[in-house]
Each structure stands twice: as C-alpha cells, then as structure tokens.
Design a protein around this ligand. Structure first.
Ligand SMILES: NC(=O)c1ccc[n+]([C@@H]2O[C@H](COP(=O)([O-])OP(=O)(O)OC[C@H]3O[C@@H](n4cnc5c(N)ncnc54)[C@H](OP(=O)(O)O)[C@@H]3O)[C@@H](O)[C@H]2O)c1
Length: 316
C-alpha cells in the first residue's frame, strides 16, 4: 500500500486510517470506515470498548502515537478538550509525535476553537494538516451514517478527506481552523433552548391533562416539530434516559459556549438558563444520563412527574 499524495482523493487502496475514541459515537463512525474497506488502526483508553471494532477487523495500537505511525489520516472523537490535547499534542504519546509529514489529523470531538487552532499550527510545523470536524446528529446519526459534520481548516484537505466523511454523514465547510468548532457550538446553543422548549411543552401538556404521547405526535408535523422531538420525545415518554448524548458532555459544550460568549461580550440568556438546568442534573448525580433527562430537572422544579405516563399512555 502506498501513501496518498496530497492531491489524490482518499480511498481504501491508498489510505490507512487511524481512529482514537471508540465510545458511543466513535464506535459506529469507525465501523462505517471498516465496512467501506479501509484498513483501520484504533486506540481507546478502555480497550474493552474497542472490541466490537477489533471483531470487524480493526488493528489495535497501544497509544495514539502508535496509531499515527501506521496511518495517513487519524480521526479522534474523545470526551473533553483535555482529552483532545492529550491524545493529539502529548509530546511522547500523542498523534502528532507519530505522524509522518503529509499526514492529516481530523478531530471530531466537540472541543474549543482555540485548541483547534493550536493543533493546526502544531501540525503545520511538522508539515502535517489538521481539520476540526465536530458532528451533530446523535448516536442515531452516527449509527445511520447521517451526521452533520462541521469542518474547519484547509478546504483542499477537507475535500481530500471527503470520501471518508461521506461514509459518516454530510460535511459542511465552515471556514478556516476553529470554524468547525464555532459552528458546532452555535449548533449546541440552538439545541439547548430547543430541548428546554420540548420538555416544558411536555410538562405543560401533562399538567393540562393531555395525553402527552398524542400531544407529541400532533405537534411533530407542525411548527413545533424538531429533531430533538424526533430523537428524544419517545425516549422521554418511556423514561429511557440511556445516553445518547451524555449530560456531562452537554454541560462541557455549554460551558465552552458561555466562555466564548464572555470573551465576545455576548449575552445569550437562553443558553445560560439551559446550562444552569443541565448543571442541576449533574448536581443530582445524573451526569451520565442522556440529555433527554432534562425532563427530570423540570419535574423537580414543578413537583410533577411524567413517570405515570410511561406506563399508562396508549400507543398512538
Ligand atoms: N453522543 C452524542 O450524541 C454526541 C453527538 C455529537 C458530539 N458528541 C461529542 O463527541 C465526543 C464523544 O462523545 P461520545 O458520546 O462518543 O462519548 P463517549 O462514549 O464517552 O466516548 C468517548 C471515547 O473516547 C475515549 N477517550 C476519552 N479520553 C480519552 C483519552 N484521553 N485517551 C483515549 N481515549 C479516550 C473514551 O474512553 P473510555 O472508554 O475509557 O471512557 C471513550 O471510549 C464528545 O466530545 C461529545 O460531546 C457526542
């Protein structure tokens, strides 16, 4: 197998893929690349979570450095900005320490725009490239290969990687380094108030004596319909709080958004309110639930419970 020159589009015959982070999102996303025929080397902190991909033919490496030394392009989707810094920039074990000149780093974690710029500069200094490409669409979008991908960095590099992105969803070019992360943060700001609207509507409908399932079905095709409703409405009704998307990660995202707002001098009260309510879930030990657990916070505020709805409502 030969290493892909910069101008050639990536394909299974010219590109070795590295993948770091095989959690809720990474496992499904990396699986699509394996199914497409790519040779993939993976690393995850907890090896057991890499097993399903090893069963599909992925190779295991013992560090991000080792992944990079066997790859032309390395994807990462880990938890927090500190994890991104560790797996990519650590001087001894990080991706950049193992990547050959011409190699490409694609970080798909929701992280800080300034860190994306820092990684890009560090990659350039080694004659490598770095793309920030966070995603939206949830665990279901990852499974179905229908994610929205927000890409920042050199557009020609993003075009080159496009054959791989297209296995994961649709790539949207947002601008230079960090712009993918800015787009994802704006996406999270939009979702924060949408989720709050959804659970407030459900609490109100319940208190008004409506059948909440019928209510959700009725609004889903009207102006109040949303992806949040489609993804999470029935999970909330069933009291299914499995992540999905972890409360802890949403608190991380909204915290980054608020920090950015602070430095921009921006007041976004909907964002601040949603962040406070999600923070209260963490305070109740519910950080490892999915973000649909926001209903619990509104239930506590109002001393009501939709628990009975889960067992008694008929299917529409
Ligand atoms: N889930 C969603 O719906 C969704 C949607 C869009 C974006 N995101 C974002 O995507 C990222 C991943 O989300 P997720 O739901 O897939 O989370 P997750 O299930 O916790 O997966 C993260 C994976 O990265 C691994 N990891 C973390 N730090 C690491 C490190 N320092 N070295 C090696 N491996 C490390 C974790 O290892 P362990 O197994 O040891 O914990 C875990 O397997 C987050 O930034 C999240 O905000 C999530």
């Amino acid at each position: 197998m030969t290493t892909a020159p910069v101008t050639e589009l990536m394909s299974p015959s010219n590109t070795r893929v590295g993948w770091i982070g095989t959690g809720v999102m990474g496992r499904s996303m990396c699986g699509h690349l394996l199914k497409a025929g790519y040779t993939v080397t993976i690393f995850n902190r907890t090896v057991a979570k890499a097993q399903p991909l090893l069963d599909m033919g992925a190779h295991l490496a013992d560090s991000p450095h080792a992944v990079a030394s066997q790859s032309d392009v390395v994807f990462s989707i880990v938890g927090y900005p500190s994890d991104v810094r560790h797996v990519i920039l650590h001087p001894a074990s990080g991706v950049l320490s193992g990547l050959r000149p011409g190699g490409i780093i694609v970080d798909m974690t929701t992280s800080e725009p300034s860190l994306a710029c820092e990684i890009s500069v560090a990659a350039s200094s080694k004659n490598c490239s770095a793309i920030d490409a966070p995603v939206s669409g949830g665990d279901r979008g990852a499974k179905n290969g229908t994610l929205a991908i927000f890409a920042g960095g050199d557009e020609s590099v993003i075009n080159k990687v496009n054959p791989l992105f297209s296995r994961l969803g649709k790539v949207n070019y947002m601008g230079g380094s960090g712009k993918g992360q800015f787009a994802k943060l704006a996406n999270q700001i939009t979702i924060a108030s949408t989720m709050l609207g959804l659970v407030e509507g459900m609490i109100y409908a319940h208190k008004a004596g409506l059948n909440v399932e019928l209510f959700l079905n009725a609004i889903s095709t009207g102006a109040a319909g949303s992806k949040s409703l489609d993804l999470y409405g029935s999970r909330i009704l069933k009291r299914d709080f499995e992540p999905g998307f972890y409360v802890n990660h949403f608190v991380k995202d909204l915290g980054i958004c608020l920090k950015e707002c602070q430095s921009m001098g921006l007041a976004l009260p909907g964002l601040a309110l949603a962040q406070q309510l999600y923070l209260s879930l963490k305070a109740h030990g519910e950080g490892n639930l999915g973000t649909q657990a926001l209903i619990l916070s509104l239930e506590r505020l109002n001393n009501v419970s939709l628990q009975s709805v889960a067992s008694s409502e008929p299917s529409a």
